[in-house]
Design a protein around this ligand. Structure first.
Ligand code: NOJ
Length: 942
């Protein structure tokens, strides 16, 4: 059971409590409530796509006492609007810090999140230059053909975003904005100047100091939370804000809806031991991106703040009840965002569809990097493989039992007393020998490297950390120390470039003794997990470089670490850099540029298995598409049927790794026994046979930001019945639909079909038809996978020991026809290992089947400068040919052969009838058409 008492609830966090008090008061006051924030119209200026204005907060109306918060609205070239609000007195440094803190603690609001998060897309659209002012509002047209509009209401402040005349997103719709201004700490802990500014229930305790579970936060800058409500007008489904368990379409946390959570969703990266499977509690990752979807429209916001954040969601018609509201539609989602410190820095995306949305969002934080091919294959981990012999025995057994695998993992026990970058030589006397042996069968090793550094005088990493001033400091300025696996430890300050460079260099082969090129890395415990810290993490008042507090950047810490690891691994081979593979436990917006993630310490229960799907989907929507869950469950010993089902589910996670706690029984597939071992083998082999399809989906994700696991609402944006569907999902654009079985002894699944196109079962091509729910029988041996008619995907039917060994194997095309006898699909291939693809060394094909003819056409986007690179790769895979085409749902034909054409030559191939389907259709094989994948070709069925 999770120890809930170790983690704060909203009411235990003073800034969350204070902002909830405002929300409650505003609700009680109804139409009498007015937000005390206004924008004097004469402060509004619009120059070259940037609007500046002052937001004025009335602190004491009687005394006419106010505070100034400079605001900017940046209209960016991609149609995104960035709204930033800072605080004048803190910008000016006009705040008094407690004794001894001057010069140590930064007086500003934290304004560096951008530096670690944003990679592009910030250029203002200078054509946005006309502001239309009335007494009450200022309106600005922007976006495509200037058809989008922002309307700024002056008093009270409110910012409405309209697309084609329709209100979509409203900031401060309910007047819950709260910018905690700097104020002097009252001598007597009395009310100071707050009395007039805040509603009853707005407690002052916790503003200056706060203690949780005996750990005190000194809060040298006093209260500094920021909060804003955001309404998605006319949207009832919102998604994202990972990482949480629970349904894909986010639950309410307020209001009267059924099944609502009693807490806001929390974003505070934390090591939550034995977390719950349906909960708004914070987990290891935090991405404050929310997408709202309705028929015909997608919009979103990115709340770029890396401090602790709470988000309330309420789906009611109460927008209409609030007379101050711009919006009149009854069905809306109201959200309330509350962060402990930093700036209001919110990006608003108006879509209008999910593809545009991910383009806009991805333009800022980048898309996921194309991973090395081996890393999307099957990984075998446990805490711990005990020795070199153990590692090689496990490898030998995979081969003996004909189960493909690519990566074996070493958890913390491989080190000398949990000192990373060292080996326990009693058990791993010769790591490079071990890695060479793995390399012989093209396998890799992943070794864990955690951020805590053992405090031991003779340990070189520790000595260097101290000597190089690389450590995070405690609030008093001494080196921050805490407990983790090695005992007393220190933590590198990854917010510094010099520290990131120092750490990166540790991965160099000469520094990481015994490491070879096939060693990759697992950065765990990087929230950071600190066993004796508050919320099992770091004290918020710990100090990073430039006097910034840990509270300001907590949710980015892991991301900063993995970006350093990424650079280090990439630099190992300067002549021919290889794509690093890193698994991170902690993550933030943009971590996907460096690492994959997994859902941490899940339980070996059916409920946890079921909750992985929606969690991974929400992760993917927010940008972290390369994610998975521990297959088998981290804790407990899964019964054989559960383990089998979990392998089947895991074979359809973007990141597919079996892992287990040190106290669990060994559970490598051959130990489970028949019939389970064979069923598990089948699930893994299925993953390998579809690697070309997975890789193509990753390529699409890397170019478009579209997630690899596609929820129904993305694939069928107008099908309202599917907006909440989260028991099944599609793999990229392949048309493959997976519905994992996640309950014991399930004899059937309820499969949801979004349209009236035929859907075919993966193994037998049985046809299902008709929009709506279908009861489909399932057996334990059977992983429910379906093909949506209208799609073409590729697979490789020859089983090998690892992914790299399949590189030149022939390809099979599965052409699943729709009602119009049409289908289309894609194939992307490259060397799977280097960065040469970026110079054009890759192949990208588009397949279409229409009027009985299957065509392969080039989709390579490189210009003439890439022609030579493109040819080089084509030559490299010249021997890769299509060995079979499966035509599923083709109208029955009398033909027995087909005409193939490539490079001006024609030849015949056999057409083999496999089985009949309803409505005069059938399944056929085109046997050995022998076209080369690298060139254009056609296959005509007479
Ligand atoms: C916590 C991780 O979540 C888990 O996967 C790992 O096995 C342990 N740390 C030990 O390193």
């Amino acid at each position: 059971m999770v120890k809930k008492e170790d983690f704060k609830r909203c009411e235990q966090s003073s800034f969350c409590r204070r902002n909830h008090a405002i929300a409650k008061y505003a609700e009680e006051q109804g139409s009498k409530w007015t937000s005390p924030y206004v924008i004097p119209p004469d402060t509004i200026k619009l120059v070259d796509g940037i609007l500046t204005a002052d937001v004025i907060k009335t602190v004491d109306a009687a005394k006419q006492e106010t505070r100034k918060f400079p605001m900017t609205l940046k209209f960016l070239e991609n149609g995104v609007v960035r709204v930033t609000i800072d605080e004048q007195s803190r910008i000016n440094g006009e705040i008094a810090l407690p004794e001894g803190k001057d010069g140590k603690v930064n007086k500003q609001r934290y304004n560096k999140v951008e530096d670690y998060t944003i990679v592009g897309g910030l250029t203002p659209d200078t054509s946005v230059s006309k502001a239309t002012k009335t007494k009450d509002t200022t309106s600005i047209a922007f976006g495509p053909e200037m058809k989008w509009q922002v309307v700024v209401n002056h008093s009270p402040v409110k910012i409405e975003f309209l697309r084609d005349g329709h209100s979509e997103v409203v900031l401060n719709d309910r007047g819950l904005i709260n910018l905690e201004h700097w104020r002097a700490k009252p001598e007597d802990s009395g009310n100071g100047d707050e009395a007039a500014a805040y509603p009853p229930g707005y407690e002052k305790d916790g503003m200056w100091e706060e203690t949780f579970n005996g750990k005190t936060d000194s809060k040298p800058r006093g209260p500094e939370s920021i909060a804003l409500d955001i309404t998605f007008v006319g949207y009832t489904d919102v998604y994202g804000i990972p990482e949480h368990t629970g349904p894909l379409s986010l639950r309410e946390t307020k209001g009267s809806g059924e099944g609502k959570f009693d807490q806001p969703y929390r974003l505070w990266n934390a090591d939550v031991f034995q977390y719950e499977y349906d909960s708004p509690m914070a987990l290891y990752g935090a991405v404050p991106f929310m997408q709202a979807h309705k028929k015909g429209s997608d919009v979103g916001v990115f709340w770029m703040n890396a401090a602790e954040t709470w988000i309330d969601i309420e789906k009611t018609g109460s927008v209409a009840k609030n007379p101050l509201s711009f919006s009149t539609k009854a069905e809306s989602t109201q959200t309330h965002w509350i962060s402990e410190s930093g700036l209001v820095d919110v990006f608003v995306f108006l879509g209008p569809d999910s593809r545009s949305l991910y383009k806009q969002y991805g333009g800022l934080i980048g898309h996921t990097r194309l991973p090395p091919l081996f890393s999307i294959a099957h990984h075998q981990c446990r805490w711990n493989y005990e020795s070199e012999t153990d590692v090689l025995d496990v490898t030998a057994n995979f081969d003996k039992y004909h189960i493909p695998y690519d990566v074996i993992w070493l958890d913390i026990e491989y080190t000398d007393k949990k000192k990373y970058f060292t080996w326990d030589k009693n058990f791993f006397p010769n790591p490079d020998r071990m890695m060479s042996r793995l390399e012989e069968t093209k396998r890799k090793l992943v070794a864990i490297i955690d951020p805590h550094v053992k405090k031991e005088d003779g340990f070189s990493l520790y000595k260097e950390a101290i000597a190089g001033d690389h450590c995070i400091k405690n609030a008093d300025g001494g080196v921050y120390e805490g407990q983790c696996w090695p005992g007393l430890s220190i933590w590198p300050d990854f917010s510094r470039q010099s520290t990131r460079d120092w750490w990166a260099a540790k991965y160099d082969h000469k520094n990481f003794e015994g490491s070879l090129a096939n060693l990759h890395v697992w950065n765990d415990m990087n929230e950071p997990a600190i066993f004796d810290g508050p919320d099992v993490s770091m004290h918020r008042d710990a100090l990073h470089a430039d006097g910034w507090e840990h509270r300001d950047m907590h949710n980015m810490y892991g991301s900063m670490m993995v970006s350093s690891s990424y650079e280090g691994l990439k630099a190992r081979d300067p002549k021919e850099p290889k794509r690093p593979f890193i698994l991170s436990r902690s993550w933030w917006a943009g971590t996907h540029r460096s690492a994959a993630i997994w859902t941490g310490d899940n339980m070996g229960t059916w409920e946890h298995m079921a909750s992985a799907g929606p969690t991974l989907m929400n992760n993917g929507l927010a940008g972290m598409t390369f994610s998975g869950a521990d297959v088998g469950g981290f804790f407990d010993d899964p019964p054989s049927d559960m383990l089998t089902r979990w392998y089947q589910a895991g074979a359809f996670y973007p990141f597919f790794r079996a892992h287990a706690h040190i106290d669990t029984k060994r559970r490598e597939p051959w130990l489970i026994g028949e019939p389970y071992t064979s069923m598990i083998r089948d699930a893994i082999v299925l993953r390998y046979s579809l690697l070309t399809t997975w890789y193509t989906a990753f390529y699409t994700a890397s170019k478009t930001g579209l997630p690899v696991l596609r929820p129904h609402f993305i694939q069928f944006p107008d099908d309202t019945d599917g907006f909440k569907e989260d028991r099944q999902y599609f793999i990229g654009d392949s048309g493959l639909l997976h519905h994992p079985v996640t309950s014991k002894d399930a004899e059937s699944i309820e499969l949801y079909l979004a349209d009236d196109q035929p859907h075919y079962t993966y193994l037998d091509y049985d046809e299902l038809r008709g929009k709506g729910s279908h009861t489909v029988k399932t057996e334990l041996s059977h992983n429910p996978v379906f093909i949506h008619g209208g799609h073409i995907f590729t697979r490789r039917d020859r089983q090998r020991r690892s992914a790299e060994l399949m590189r030149r194997d022939p390809v099979t095309l599965v052409v699943a026809l729709d009602n119009a006898q049409f289908a289309q699909g894609e194939l992307y291939m490259d060397d799977g290992e280097t960065f040469r693809n970026e110079a054009g060394e890759y192949l990208h094909r588009r397949f279409t089947f229409t009027s009985g003819k299957l065509l392969s056409k080039d989709l390579h986007i490189g210009d003439s400068s890439q022609a030579a690179a493109k040819r080089k790769y084509a030559d490299d895979v010249d021997s890769v040919f299509v060995e079979k085409v499966v035509l599923v749902g083709l109208k029955r034909t009398q033909a027995t052969d087909v005409t193939v054409e490539q490079a001006g030559k024609h030849w015949q191939a056999d057409l083999e009838h496999v089985r009949d389907l309803p409505l005069g259709r059938a399944v056929y094989h085109v046997r050995l058409p022998k076209v080369r994948v690298s060139g254009d070709w056609s296959i005509q069925v007479a």
